[in-house]
Design a binder for this molecule. Structure first.
Ligand code: ACO
Ligand code: HSE
Length: 403
């Protein structure tokens, strides 16, 4: 049998020869509208949930709209695992690069920047302007790498609380977020119940299932198995791109659904004329995942991926605030609530939102719930066309008018 000349089928062979936007692990999102707030300077470091001290801390954030005279129209948008502060493109009538939630945030949209003062900040531990593992450690003048302390959702929210202090916002009209952003919403409700009027938790959970932790762990192992990871100290050498790309490919599968993949790709081939009969890129879905992995490497830091997925795995509202009882944890909540899940979300399935809702009803909290029929999987909250925008617009309008 003729021996085939097999080209290297690993995702590295599909990488474009393009200068990465990740420099020293820190992404430059190129937004002219990004602002920075630095706190926890020398002698005032923030004590993290794990007990370590961190400082100074810089938070990258963006704002849209105007804070009204009595400062009662502020909405905090919390991003998910790999998001950043750039939720929306439109700023003061000018359009910049696309935001990750453009169909939701903007003039006349569900989170209407003509009515609300909208704030979105990059989370602690990330790599889009906020302090994280790729930031310089003031003690060594080198990037922290794995010397960066473990951070939790609590720490992310406490940092957001400091940003609200800085912006002079005592009480938020609403805190909104999906996925890991939804965890931040829940943490806000438990930690700062008097600092918010309402909460919108989308496609989220009060704690990860064993399956969700398992997927995160496989993704983390992919990064740590990359020889370039070097125990997290790679900022002055080759970066663990292969590991990070595979980690994103694993994660991305969990953000879609069987039906979405069937509709988008089925078993269709990249080159319909022939099967390569090699370990190559035959199926469209293979090519698509490689593309998603490659793109992710251009905008995200591997250590941030490790730290933020771990923070999401540790998040457990009942353990943190209710000695294991969700009903007890939720008894701290004062916000009026909208909970939304999606039928095809198998990462944080609807039963998890229903558990949260049940605990809120047991505490007589004013909570609305909607399970949206959508086939796009967990990431449906990032896509237009599901009716999410109308739902959020109606809820926020009702909160504003005390309905
Ligand atoms: C909440 C937050 O904080 S948001 C944070 C971060 N943002 C994200 O996570 C966005 C990344 N996630 C995604 O892209 C998710 O797939 C979604 C579901 C949100 C987007 O869905 P869609 O808009 O339907 O995009 P889709 O999944 O089809 O991907 C389109 C991309 O795949 C590429 N693609 C499609 N088919 C193929 C293929 N066969 N081979 C290679 N690439 C392909 C497209 O060219 C396009 O590339 P581009 O994004 O570089 O332009
Ligand atoms: N795809 C989104 C949501 C994942 O939960 C992200 O990467 O942040």
């Amino acid at each position: 049998m003729e021996k085939k000349n097999i080209s290297d089928p690993r995702i590295s062979d599909t990488r474009v020869n393009q200068e990465s936007s990740v420099k020293d692990g820190r992404t430059d999102n190129g937004s002219a509208d990004q602002q920075f707030f630095t706190f926890a300077g020398p002698g005032e470091e923030m004590t993290l949930e794990v007990g370590s001290c961190l400082g100074p801390i810089t938070i990258a954030y963006e704002t849209w709209g105007h804070l009204n005279a009595d400062k009662s129209n502020a909405v905090l948008v919390c991003h998910a695992l790999s998001g950043d502060a750039h939720a929306a493109a439109t700023q003061g009538g000018q359009k910049s690069r696309p935001g990750w939630w453009d169909f939701m945030v903007g003039p006349g949209k569900a989170i209407d920047t003509d009515r609300y003062f909208v704030v979105c900040s990059n989370v602690l531990g990330s790599c889009a302007g906020t302090t994280g593992p790729s930031s310089l450690n003031p003690a060594t003048h080198r990037p922290y790498g794995s010397d960066f302390p473990m951070i939790t959702i609590t720490d992310m929210v406490r940092a957001q609380g400091r940003l609200m202090d800085h912006l002079g916002i005592d009480r938020l009209l609403s805190v909104v977020g999906g996925s890991v952003g939804g965890m931040q919403v829940l943490e806000w409700c438990a930690r700062y119940p008097d600092r918010m009027v309402s909460a919108i938790a989308l496609a989220t959970t009060t704690r990860h299932s064993a399956q969700a932790i398992a997927f995160n762990e496989v993704a983390r192992q992919a990064i740590m198995a990359d020889a370039n990871w070097n125990l997290g100290n790679y900022y002055s050498s080759d970066t663990p791109d292969m590991g990070l790309a595979v980690a994103r490919m694993i994660g991305h599968i969990t953000y879609l659904s069987d039906e979405a993949m069937g509709t988008k790709f089925g078993r269709r081939l990249q080159n319909p004329a022939t099967l390569s009969l090699e370990l190559g890129n035959d199926f469209q879905v293979e090519s698509y995942l490689r593309h998603q992995g490659r793109k992710f490497v251009e905008r995200f830091d591997a250590n941030s991926f490790l730290y933020i997925t771990k923070a999401a795995d540790y998040f457990d509202l009942a353990r943190e605030y209710g000695s294991g009882s969700l009903e007890q944890a939720v008894s701290r909540f004062k916000a009026r609530f909208l909970v939304v899940s999606f039928t095809s979300d198998w990462l944080y399935p609807t039963y998890q939102s229903r558990e949260l809702l049940k605990a809120m009803k047991q505490n007589r909290i004013d909570a609305s719930f909607c399970e949206i029929k959508a086939k796009w999987g967990h990431d449906a909250f990032l896509l237009p066309g599901t009716g999410l925008d109308r739902l959020v617009a109606g809820f926020l309008g009702g909160v504003c008018h005390g309905r």
